[in-house]
Write a protein that binds this ligand. Structure first.
Ligand SMILES: Cc1ncc(COP(=O)(O)O)c(C=O)c1O
Length: 381
């Protein structure tokens, strides 16, 4: 390989370094204020036992092929049947990841004459699909249902003939705030379109038995949901839910479903157990709610900041370098807090993303905020 060919990448990496945007992977250590394992399922004895039991009854490690070939396993089908019942959707489809599910929906379902209106803060995985879509696409300001309606009206006025799609997260991953789902579902219904709700950070945490924020929206066939399984459910994959015809269409047309090895059947068994875990131990949700309320009160009293109202607590820093430096200082003190920088968040809004999970206790939360207060002060924040 010539030095010139590699130098192009080195130049970009040097640029990222200069802007304090360089990324690298490290093995996690310290107290967990960074994961999405909100209910502490990932390392639970119950999910581990479910995997052991599945191995004992002969469930294979690998699916061995795409779902459409020999990779479809009864474990996938049992999971999808249970998920459809639990989330109240006509049909459910298990994807290997939330990223794949979102990319599949937005790249496949909106057709050439359609319009996709999406929240400006929507996750990169949805953007992946939106960029590949043949439909007209429009970003709208965050959580602005009026802007969504206006975009639909303008498109219709200009002769738009297809179907409008609205793409949002129910609980935003980097801000912890909620979408106005009722208004958006009503818009989807009124304009005979579809609302796609990414429930990644609400699944397991909000709604009855953790069914998410889109449960009971009452918009039936106008709503599609994505429940990722790698966050509160402690496993991996994603359960897409919606009208049967759309799910069947995805099975026939979504390239990342068709041309990809099916998720591990063992993982499907683990997710099935996680859904039962939710139903059997609703007190976990109550415990998490209490911890979130405790953390929010600490944020207000120690840092004088307004809480997001959820388990995702952003502390805005602004400057990339300073956000990284503060996160590193917290990590050195044993608190695993990560800095989130552009392009994950908008330019100038680098932040610490503190997540509250059942992997921590009240006393660790107050110790963390006490230390953070001092470090922020030392950094002129
Ligand atoms: C809002 C949102 N949607 C989708 C995803 C992707 O899910 P997964 O990690 O299962 O690919 C994530 C997480 O990274 C997310 O935060």
């Amino acid at each position: 390989m010539s030095g010139v060919a590699l130098a192009r990448y080195a130049k970009t990496m040097a640029g990222l370094e200069r802007k304090s945007r360089i990324r690298s992977v490290t093995v996690a250590s310290g107290i967990d204020f960074a994961s999405n394992d909100y209910l502490g399922f990932a390392n639970s004895a119950r999910l581990k036992a479910a995997i052991r039991a599945a191995v004992d009854r002969g469930v294979p490690v690998g699916a061995g092929a795409s779902r459409l070939l020999r990779g479809n396993h009864i474990e996938h089908e049992m999971l999808e049947a249970e998920a459809a019942r639990l989330f109240g959707v006509e049909k459910s489809l298990y994807f290997a990841s939330g990223y794949a599910a979102n990319a599949a929906i937005f790249s496949t379902l909106p057709l050439r004459d359609d319009l996709v209106v999406y929240d400006e803060l929507i996750h990169a995985s949805a953007m992946e699909g939106i960029s590949a879509s043949k439909a007209i696409t429009r970003a709208v300001p965050h959580n602005d249902a009026c802007a969504v309606e206006q975009a639909i009206r303008e498109w219709r006025d200009k002769g738009g003939k297809g179907v409008p799609w609205i793409g949002v997260e129910s609980l935003y991953s980097m801000d912890g705030d909620r979408a106005p789902l009722r208004e958006l579902a009503e818009l989807a219904r009124r304009h005979d379109g579809f609302l796609v709700v990414d429930e990644a950070h609400a699944t397991g945490v909000f709604g009855q038995e953790g069914r998410g924020l889109a449960a009971n929206l009452g918009a039936g066939s106008h709503v599609l949901t994505v429940h990722t399984c790698g966050k509160a459910l402690g496993a991996s994959g994603a359960l897409l839910g919606g009208p049967k015809i759309l799910v069947d269409y995805l099975i026939n047309r979504a390239r990342n479903f068709i041309y990809s090895t099916a998720p591990s059947p063992l993982m499907a068994a683990a997710v099935r157990e996680a859904l039962r875990f939710l139903a059997d131990e609703p007190e976990r949700l109550t415990r998490l709610e209490k911890l979130v309320a405790f953390a929010s009160a600490q944020l207000q009293s120690r840092l004088a900041k307004t809480p997001s109202g959820s388990q995702i607590i952003p502390v805005l820093i602004g400057d990339n370098g300073r956000a990284v430096s503060i996160a590193r200082q917290m990590q050195a003190e044993g608190f695993d807090i990560r800095a989130i920088r552009p392009p994950t968040v908008p330019e100038g809004t680098a932040r610490l993303r503190i997540s509250i999970t059942l992997n921590v206790e009240e006393q660790q939360i107050s110790a963390m905020f006490e230390r953070l207060f001092t470090i922020l002060k030392e950094n002129g924040q």
